[in-house]
Design a protein around this ligand. Structure first.
Ligand SMILES: C[S@@+](CC[C@H](N)C(=O)[O-])C[C@H]1O[C@@H](n2cnc3c(N)ncnc32)[C@H](O)[C@@H]1O
Length: 253
């Protein structure tokens, strides 16, 4: 009641201020609504992940960058693959020893950094992220980790648009394709994107591992992709099936 009594005399001033500053006010309300929704949903905030890692890690130290991501994920929702899936991915990378790697789903750069730190000096990573802000922040984290633009490239694009453009980016080694592909973007697109990579002949002739991150345990498109692989055993097979990671090996493309 007292609030009403105080605010009624202030009403004309509030109306005048809101007319004058309505653009700024609506922006502020929009931002506040975003914060509230994010809090309610417990959603992942790319800006806050980036800000935490950027300001708390030791720049130029890969291990520190990864540890800071893991620290953030202990108290905030996170989309990074994290240490558990990360170690399973490391094992694949160490076995395959790839020189050209494709990643679909950069996000804030956690898995890109994990991949890059295990590549040989001539190794190269192309990572695809469809959200422009996320791509920009992810690229900054990769640079902060100490990697240079001659080692990686972030493509700001959807996977569907990026894949047909990849052959020109692989020149002059286009005939060799990728030796490792990591899919961690949208499981419903895994099959379509795998088929697009097959069509473009981007899966290395001398062997290519395609690693699928399976956070929802065979939900989404994973079952279809496994059926697709099992119907083409002359050219590929399921090599590793762990709770959150599936590795498909192409031995002849
Ligand atoms: C689960 S996160 C990736 C996490 C990342 N691999 C890591 O461990 O740090 C998925 C990312 O894929 C992006 N994404 C979703 N669909 C995509 C698509 N069709 N093409 C490219 N990026 C996509 C999202 O914007 C999001 O940043």
């Amino acid at each position: 009641m007292w609030l009403l009594a105080v605010s009624v005399p202030l009403l004309p001033a509030i109306v005048m201020a809101s007319r004058r500053y309505h653009v700024k006010l609506s922006r502020l309300c929009h931002r506040a609504l975003g914060w509230v929704l994010r809090l309610l949903r417990g959603g992942v905030c790319v800006r806050s992940t980036h800000a935490f890692v950027f300001s708390n890690c030791t720049h130029g130290k890969v291990d520190s960058v990864l540890e800071t991501f893991d620290l953030y994920a202990q108290t905030h929702p996170s989309l990074s693959i994290g240490p558990e899936i990360g170690e399973a991915l490391d094992a694949v990378v160490k076995r395959v020893r790839p020189s050209r790697v494709l990643e679909l789903g950069t996000h804030c750069g956690y898995s890109s950094v994990r991949l890059l730190r295990l590549l040989p000096p001539v190794g190269r990573l192309i990572t695809v992220e469809m959200d422009p802000l996320t791509a920009e922040l992810g690229e900054e984290i990769i640079l902060v980790s100490g990697f240079k633009h001659n080692q990686f490239q972030v493509l700001t694009s959807s996977s569907a648009e990026a894949i047909p453009a990849l052959p020109s980016l692989l020149e002059p080694d286009v005939s060799e394709g990728f030796s490792l592909v990591l899919m961690d973007h949208d499981p419903l697109l895994y099959l379509a994107d795998l088929q697009a990579l097959e069509r473009e002949q981007l899966l290395c002739r001398s062997g290519c591992s395609v690693v699928l991150i399976d956070r929802k345990r065979r939900a989404g498109g994973l079952t279809e992709i496994l059926d697709h692989v099992r119907a083409r055993l002359e050219s590929c097979c399921v090599r590793t099936e762990l709770p959150f990671i599936v590795e498909i090996f192409y031995h002849e493309c």
